[in-house]
Write a protein that binds this ligand. Structure first.
Ligand SMILES: Cc1ncc(COP(=O)(O)O)c(C=O)c1O
Length: 396
């Protein structure tokens, strides 16, 4: 049977070729240095697992969470965290919604607001969900290029006034996948003003908010005065506590946006397993002791990779957030895809072509610092050594 047109409109899986090549190399018994997928390689902290174990034994948690917005104590824990971490005041009763990971909330907020032909401003390169969901709702995605010369921030002055006026929703994502950029507060102030001027809802994807480096924690857009009038921000436990498989997050922002998201959710899912919400409370309670050492580990890897690549002729700045390094394709390769293939074929290094994240991603390859192998730094050194050996004339 033919699938619905909305499925037919999804672009072909951009990682298919690379995935096939990887499978073939593994079948041939070749070793692969895996910098591909961005999924934390370290386990969820014991104190979170123990909290889940305990909560799962309470039969109350086995039922539907009929609260709709999430357990009151879970929303309170998220609000307390937002106050501690960002110095912001978010009302747990109306300005917070639990979600099944940031992805779920990012998808459903589009269903809450976008009708056919509505314009959505979408960063390019970006996480694919923004554009796919826009397309599914019949919306028109207008790309906002993220370029190195603008610190991988969108340049609002480049958006034609007619497009800005027509736009109904704008996605932002900082710290940013795939570029590793972090947004300064001044940028969020500018974004909030732009949204006010043009009556746009900002959806800020903060999935990587807690992965930042050099002692500079990332900001929340809600730190901007009045941001709740125009913004909703999606937070996640996935990267913060190595909980990608658990599917837990929360949305916070203006009450009307939270309410609209909740209406969609209540017609699609029935919330998050209450035992997982209780585990989330335990996680946030120990945020301060957990996160610095996690960031320090990624920072060690970041430094090893950036220094290693720079020793080969690149001139990379150290990314300030996420666990990605956004690496320009050296001259001599005609595309991201060609360079990514060469890295895999010749050096055994698996990365992701920048073009998979949008047109402006062409010319880059993404290295993820989540490394499945046991010896993380060893893998990075091996990768650098392989490039040195196999591609001696990269920058000549
Ligand atoms: C930019 C971005 N947003 C959201 C997500 C998904 O987060 P979650 O696991 O909370 O759904 C990812 C996952 O890779 C991501 O890269």
């Amino acid at each position: 049977m033919e699938v619905a047109q909305r499925l037919q409109r999804i672009p072909p899986y951009p990682f298919r070729e690379i995935a096939m090549l990887k499978a073939q190399m593994l079948a041939e018994g070749k070793e692969i240095l895996d910098f591909g997928i961005g999924d934390p390689d370290m386990p969820t902290p014991d104190f979170v697992i123990e909290a889940l174990y305990e909560a799962a034994q309470d039969p109350i948690t086995h039922q539907y969470d009929e609260s709709g917005y999430g357990l009151p104590e879970y929303k309170q824990a998220c609000a307390d965290f937002a106050a501690r971490r960002f110095g912001i005041d978010v009302n747990p009763d109306g300005e917070i919604q639990s979600c099944i990971g940031a992805k779920e909330a990012l998808a459903h907020i589009v269903w809450a607001y976008i009708d056919p032909s509505d314009v959505v401003l979408v960063p390019d390169p970006a996480y694919a969900v923004f554009k796919v969901q826009t397309t599914w709702c019949g919306g028109a995605a207008f790309p906002m290029p993220l370029r190195a010369e603008n610190d991988f921030l969108p340049d609002f002055s480049q958006i034609p006034a007619s497009v800005a006026k027509a736009a109904k929703l704008m996605f932002l994502n900082y710290p940013n996948n795939p570029t590793g950029a972090v947004a300064p507060l001044a940028f969020y102030e500018e974004a909030v003003q732009f949204a006010r001027d043009n009556e746009i809802l900002i959806v800020q994807d903060a999935a990587y908010a807690e992965v930042s480096f050099d002692g500079a924690p990332a900001h929340s857009i809600l730190e901007v005065d009045g941001a709740k009038d125009v913004a909703i921000e999606m937070h996640s436990f996935s990267k913060t506590f190595n909980m990608t498989g658990w599917r837990l997050g929360w949305a916070m922002g203006g009450a009307e946006f939270i309410d609209a998201l909740s209406t969609v959710k209540s017609n699609v899912d029935s919330g998050t397993f209450m035992a997982i919400q209780r585990a989330g409370i335990a996680a946030l309670a120990r945020y301060e002791e957990w996160v610095p050492q996690m960031c320090a580990e990624y920072q060690r890897r970041r430094d090893a990779l950036v220094d290693g690549l720079n020793s080969l002729g690149w001139n990379l700045d150290r990314p300030q957030g996420t666990f990605y390094v956004w690496v320009p394709v050296p001259p001599g390769f005609s595309s991201s895809a060609e360079f990514t293939h060469a890295l895999l074929n010749d050096c055994g290094i698996l990365t992701t072509p920048g073009s998979a994240y949008g047109t402006t991603g062409e010319g880059y390859t993404r290295f993820s610092l989540t490394i499945p192998a046991e010896d993380k730094l060893g893998q990075i050194q091996q990768a650098v050594a392989n490039i040195r050996e196999q591609m001696p004339n990269l920058w000549k």
